[in-house]
Write a protein that binds this ligand. Structure first.
Ligand code: AKB
Length: 340
């Protein structure tokens, strides 16, 4: 029988930081893409997608319309309110981050039921899913494994951790007491560290001091770093983040031993990041004006994570270490961007 609906990849939050890189990479590989974002896509992305829906993932009518028209084979669910923003509006954060996720999982289950195959559902979780009790513990424990210290202190972190569990429920236990229910969601998730993109500036996150420092210096603007110089968390360059999403999506299911995987590329302090930025941009003006509350959030995230499971199970291998990320990706691309 001919297919009545078009097979596509769905990306939510496509206009955001990760979405920019993912839409560009996926469209280059020829995959037909549809997107959902609360704002219209910018002019560089819109021509790359088959259909753009401007709306919210909390709108189930919108998801019903998509279900009627498209055969979604893969979902990259990127839409979220990040950690700092979520602390100002925790109820809205829960609504978007958790109820939006539930809508998307239910949508994926229905898609899978209608076309008879599991829908691959990729979910970027976060280092925010961890919650270390205090700074002494953070300094003492070093690299943290996935199941350690999962007691987040932020609404966003709680949302991410619970959504990992929700995904696992849909993949393995969905309606387990019903005789004819078959789980149709192939759920896969990774915990991203702070991501640094040369092309976009993040908004609403707490790891944003890294990328903000670099972009401000490139624009010739002063920057007040809101964490202490010794503050350390893991980071990753955006191209490696996009690679990780695509590699995990393509990995053979049988090789995956975890629901959510830690990822890290380089763990550096704010002072070390400042040093390379100042060396690259001679007129950079970066000082420290610590925001005690945001500092508290970062102090509850690990200084580094153990990502050996991702490396062993699905071949996670970031190409950018600290030096290469700055020398070959961030500095030249950002310089070019602001020169234009
Ligand atoms: C944030 O800071 O909220 C995000 C994250 C680490 O998930 N960048």
């Amino acid at each position: 029988m001919p297919r009545l609906r078009k097979p596509v990849v769905l990306i939510t939050g496509a206009g955001g930081e990760i979405g920019h890189g993912l839409v560009t990479r996926l469209s280059a590989s020829g995959s037909p893409i549809i997107t959902i974002d609360v704002s219209p896509l910018d002019a560089s992305l819109a021509p790359l997608v088959a259909r753009e829906f401007t709306g919210s993932i909390t709108d189930v009518n919108l998801l019903e319309r998509i279900l009627a028209e498209f055969e979604v084979e893969r979902v990259f669910h990127l839409a979220a309110l990040l950690s700092t923003r979520s602390e100002f509006t925790p109820i809205t954060a829960h609504h978007v981050n958790v109820e939006g996720m539930l809508n998307l999982l239910e949508f994926a289950q229905h898609e899978g039921e209608s076309h008879g195959r599991p829908v691959t559902f990729i979910y970027p979780s976060s280092i925010a899913a961890f919650g270390l009790p205090d700074l002494d513990t953070k300094m003492r424990v070093g690299r943290v494994r996935e199941d350690e210290f999962t007691h987040p202190k932020t609404m966003y972190g709680c949302n991410k951790l619970y959504c990992e569990l929700l995904g696992d429920y849909y993949a393995r236990h969905y309606k387990q007491l019903s005789v004819d229910a078959i789980p149709r969601v192939d759920f896969r998730s990774m915990r991203f560290p702070g991501l640094i993109s040369a092309l976009t500036v993040p908004s609403g996150g707490t790891s944003d001091y890294g990328p903000e420092m670099i972009h401000a210096a490139a624009k010739g603007e002063p920057y007040h770093c809101f964490v202490r110089p010794d503050t350390t968390i893991p980071f990753m360059a955006m191209p490696d983040g996009v690679d990780a999403l695509l590699t995990l999506a393509a990995a053979p299911r049988a090789r995956l031993t975890r629901t959510a995987y830690n990822l890290s590329a380089f763990s550096r302090s704010a002072a070390e990041i400042r040093d390379v930025v100042v060396a690259a941009f001679s007129n950079a003006k970066i000082d420290y004006q610590v925001d005690a509350k945001r500092q508290g959030i970062i102090d509850s995230w690990p200084a580094d994570v153990d990502d050996s499971a991702a490396r062993a199970d699905w071949g996670f291998a970031p190409t950018y270490d600290f030096e290469r990320a700055f020398r070959e990706y961030l500095i030249p691309t950002i310089q070019q961007r602001y020169r234009r």
